[in-house]
Design a protein around this ligand. Structure first.
Ligand code: SAM
Length: 354
């Protein structure tokens, strides 16, 4: 069989849900703690933290990744909370990057601790990093995210590049009256530093207790801001990644950027993502109320075959289209009330992994 015909052969392995969506991408939250308090994610003063003893160990995480990979989830992203707060994260990266057939292992971080860890993460086998950067103005970050560490974030990005990470992406949540006047300057910054921005529509999930539809800067509005400055960007077709949430564009000078229109044009129909909280609850949708407890069976000695069967069965019954369902809500506000979040911290974005 030629290489060409092999790549076109039907996929024999993998798990598919009720809408034919494969179990493809796994977001692994390694901690619910964070060293920032972004207004769209953790705006409150106090949080209910997961008990430390409930967090999955690196060995448990590695085992779970092996089981998920066997079912087709071969793309893994480490997230949180702030994943770099998890002690000795490079040791986990080393375990996971030795796993076959893992196709992709990536990390999303706020970058504050990245400068001190980029070399170790790279040496451990991490290949891709996304850094969240919502503003180029330190005083804005201080007011919005209660962190004075803006210089550390920029240093972290530079250190990651020096460590050999290529095509580093920036995640930017765009919010009216906070940073919508920085859409162009962030793109300029990205161009100057060989980074690629992903503008994200402000979502009403998890801890976004102050979400109002009026604060969402839509895909259309972001494109207009960019087109007014540079001319209309061209869409970049991406047939190799039909399930990628970001729509990518190119300016005339070749600068690329992406938009994730999770609010106005949800990608539920192609969503192959699921999430495991730091304490081992598995969620098949960012908007799901309930997760599947994987920690208990792991710790009770369930073997990989049984664990795999449990996950496969749950995925086979999956019908979630959480973001699309939100489009039909008339008077839309925050998804979960503050009391609801206090009662179940796994509904928080920082627990579930954004
Ligand atoms: N602490 C890490 C970071 O800052 O990247 C990882 C966790 S954070 C929850 C992951 C991503 O979720 C970040 O890029 C963040 O901007 C995004 N995020 C959090 N709350 C969001 C919201 N309400 N709407 C859209 N994106 C959100």
């Amino acid at each position: 069989m030629t290489q060409h015909s092999a790549s076109r052969a039907p996929r024999l392995h993998g798990s598919f849900d009720q809408l034919g969506r494969p179990l493809g991408s796994l977001r692994l939250s390694v901690t619910d703690r964070c060293n920032m308090r972004c207004g769209y994610c953790m705006p409150e003063r106090d949080y209910v933290w997961l008990p430390r003893e409930s967090l999955l160990t690196f060995e448990e995480l590695d085992r779970l990744v092996g089981v998920f990979a066997g079912l087709g989830a071969t793309r893994v992203r480490l997230t949180g909370g702030e994943p770099l707060l998890r002690h000795d994260l490079p040791a986990l990266v080393r375990l996971l990057s030795a796993r076959r057939p893992l196709e992709d292992l990536a990390l999303t971080t706020n970058g504050i601790l990245l400068a001190g860890m980029a070399d170790a993460l790279r040496a451990a086998g991490l290949r891709r990093v996304t850094v969240s950067l919502d503003t180029l103005r330190p005083e804005r970050m201080l007011a919005f995210a209660r962190s004075a560490k803006h210089p550390d974030v920029l240093e972290g990005i530079a250190a990651a590049q020096a460590a050999g990470f290529e095509r580093i992406k920036l995640n930017t949540v765009v919010i009216h009256g906070f940073n919508d006047d920085e859409v162009v300057s962030l793109l300029e910054h990205a161009r100057a530093h060989d980074l690629e921005v992903r503008y994200i529509e402000y979502m009403d999930v998890g801890g976004a207790t102050r979400w109002r539809s009026a604060d969402v800067v839509t895909r259309g509005a972001i494109l207009k801001l960019i087109a007014d400055r540079y001319g209309r960007p061209d869409p970049i077709p991406d047939p190799a990644h039909p399930r990628a949430p970001a729509e990518r564009f190119r300016l005339r000078d070749g600068t690329r950027f992406g938009i994730i229109a999770s609010v106005t044009a949800p990608f539920c129909r192609s969503c192959d993502r699921s999430r495991v909280t730091a304490d081992g609850s598995w969620y098949t949708c960012l908007y799901s109320e309930d997760g599947v407890d994987l920690r208990e069976p792991l710790r009770m000695g369930m073997d990989d075959t049984a664990l795999s069967g449990m996950i496969r069965e749950r995925w086979a019954n999956r019908t979630d289209r959480g973001a699309e369902a939100r489009l039909t809500v008339a008077d839309r506000g925050a998804l979960v009330s503050l009391e609801g979040l206090r009662a179940d911290p796994r509904r928080e974005m920082h627990t579930r992994g954004g």
